[in-house]
Design a protein. Structure first.
Length: 132
C-alpha cells in the first residue's frame, strides 16, 4: 500500500478513537485476517475496493468475514463498512453482494464515519464534540 493510503487509514483510526472506539489499523489483508482470528470486533472498516491490483481483496475479505470465516463460532459477526475514496459505479453493488453492511464513498471524515456507524446501528461510546 502507498504511503498516502496508509496515512488515510491511520487518520480513520484516529477518528474512530475520538469516538471512543479502540481502533486497530492494519496495513494488509493478511494483517486483517490475523487480527480477526485473534479478537472479536464490532465493526470492520475495509478499504477501497478500487485500490490498484488488489481491488478485489477488500471485497473478498468482506465476503469471508460475513461467512464467519474468522474467530470463534459463538462470536457475533462484525458489521462491515466498505470505504472507497474513488469508487467506480459498480463498487457499492459489489460490496453489497459480498455482504458489506454499509458503503462509504469519498473521504472518511468525522461526519461520514458517524453516519456509517449510525447506518449499521452501532452507537458511539462518546461524542468527541462533548466537553468533559
Amino acid at each position: 500500500r502507498s504511503s498516502a493510503a496508509s496515512d488515510v487509514y491511520k487518520r480513520q483510526g484516529v477518528l474512530l478513537q475520538a469516538f471512543g472506539f479502540r481502533a486497530h489499523t492494519v496495513a494488509s489483508v493478511a494483517e486483517a485476517e490475523r487480527a480477526l482470528w485473534t479478537q472479536a470486533y464490532a465493526v470492520a472498516f475495509v478499504g477501497d475496493p478500487s485500490d490498484g491490483p488488489a481491488e478485489s481483496a477488500g471485497i473478498e475479505l468482506c465476503h469471508r468475514i460475513k461467512q464467519g470465516s474468522y474467530g470463534q463460532p459463538d462470536q457475533p459477526l462484525p458489521k462491515v463498512v466498505m470505504l472507497a475514496q474513488h469508487p467506480r459505479p459498480a463498487d457499492p453493488v459489489r460490496a453489497r453482494l459480498a455482504g458489506c453492511d454499509h458503503f462509504v464513498s469519498g473521504p472518511a471524515t468525522r461526519g461520514t464515519l458517524a453516519l456509517a456507524l449510525d447506518a449499521i446501528d452501532l452507537p458511539m461510546p462518546r461524542d468527541p464534540r462533548d466537553v468533559a
